[in-house]
Design a protein around this ligand. Structure first.
Ligand code: NAD
Length: 331
């Protein structure tokens, strides 16, 4: 028998959700089955309830006391983003586009790609056409915007909220890695100026996350915000003069923790994700110019290779979905 410590409930605790539309019919019976079982899995009145409840071990316990309850695998259902709406900055190409597509494949209704290019690329259009042909017909939308323009980013998200009536996911992936620069010579205007490294990688990430978070709070449907940092926020890439990039990515790590603490009460989760080396336009500027770097970077990785863009799909689907509802402030 598992006996967990009884946690005192605050009457205003915001995560008590017994009336989720997906479970309103299920919860009373489910709670009854909990109280009729000898197994105590936590506080008698749950602080929160999975939208797919009863789920996991509790589903099995429930089935034991209710022979009419048919066992059903729910693990993949937890990853479904059915009807959800999201924003992905840097979504014109590279990791951003790959992640936007993953959200669409997971069932999203519409994903808005924010990127600085005036027009989307052919590759982006191919993805748009592809996801439109999926069973549920996902929409990939393009918004030409500079993420360092807070007003424009907020207004764009407002318009999306007006149109879609909800906001569920945000991936702040727009970022830049400038040519190497001697740390002792780094000019102030390049380090801090809004169109340069810190402006895009730090301010732009914050503005994007704010824009989506404001819509999540507006519609009260909780949400998941994922800030794309980098391994360079925690380690230093020896042999590369990337002080601005590395510093900016460290800031993103702390931004995620800080936002997570402020937004948790609204049910908005904020996590950071730090990819290792992956071949994109960003890294191509180095790998194509200095082919020996492929071996160097591969050998620094335990798997002996650099990553593929599609290898971020799984973790993004997990972080964006209800499969990770107790994960916030994590890296
Ligand atoms: N590729 C890697 O190895 C790697 C590793 C770790 C982290 N990352 C991070 O992943 C994210 C995506 O990188 P990527 O490799 O796909 O690079 P990428 O250059 O292919 O994509 C970055 C995108 O951001 C957009 N962008 C840049 N400035 C912008 C602005 N001001 N407003 C709006 N959009 C802007 C670019 O147009 C581009 O489409 C970045 O934050 C990067 O730092 C990449």
């Amino acid at each position: 028998m598992t006996v967990l410590r009884r946690i005192p409930l605050r009457s205003s605790y915001p995560l008590i959700r017994g009336n989720h539309p997906a479970v309103s019919g299920v919860i009373p019976a489910y709670r009854q089955s909990l109280s009729s079982t000898a197994i105590s899995r936590g506080p008698r009145e749950p602080q929160s309830v999975s939208p797919l409840a009863p789920i996991g071990v509790e589903a099995a316990v429930h089935a034991k006391s209710d022979p009419g309850f048919l066992p059903k695998s729910k693990i993949l259902d937890e990853f479904k983003l059915t009807d959800r709406v999201g924003i992905v900055s840097g979504g014109a190409r590279g990791l951003g586009l790959e992640m936007a597509m993953a959200l669409c494949e997971a069932g999203a209704r519409a994903i808005y790609c924010f990127d600085i290019h005036k027009q989307p690329s052919e590759e982006w259009e191919a993805v748009r056409d592809y996801v439109a042909k999926l069973e549920h017909g996902a929409r990939l939308e393009y918004v030409s915007i500079d993420v360092t323009n807070q007003k424009a980013v907020w207004e764009s998200a407002d318009k999306i909220g007006d149109k879609e009536g909800r906001m569920d996911v945000c991936i702040a992936a727009a970022g830049v890695l400038k040519p190497e620069k001697d740390v002792l010579e780094y000019p102030a205007e390049e380090f801090a100026e809004a169109t340069k490294v810190m402006g895009i990688n730090v301010d732009g990430v914050l503005f994007t996350a704010q824009a989506a978070g404001r819509q999540m709070r507006r519609f009260g449907n909780k949400g998941s915000i994922i800030l794309i940092a980098s391994m360079s926020g925690s380690i230093t890439n020896h042999g590369h003069a990337w002080v601005a990039y590395n510093t900016s990515k460290s800031a993103v790590l702390q931004m995620a923790r800080s936002m997570a603490c402020e937004l948790g009460e609204a049910g908005i989760r904020v996590n950071s994700l730090s990819p290792g080396h992956i071949y994109t336009k960003m890294t191509a500027q180095y790998l194509d110019a200095k082919p020996h770097l492929l071996d160097k970077w591969s050998n620094l990785n335990p798997l002996g290779r650099i990553g593929r863009t599609d290898e971020v799909r799984g973790v993004i689907a997990w972080l964006a979905s209800d499969a990770s509802t107790f994960c916030t402030g994590s890296e």
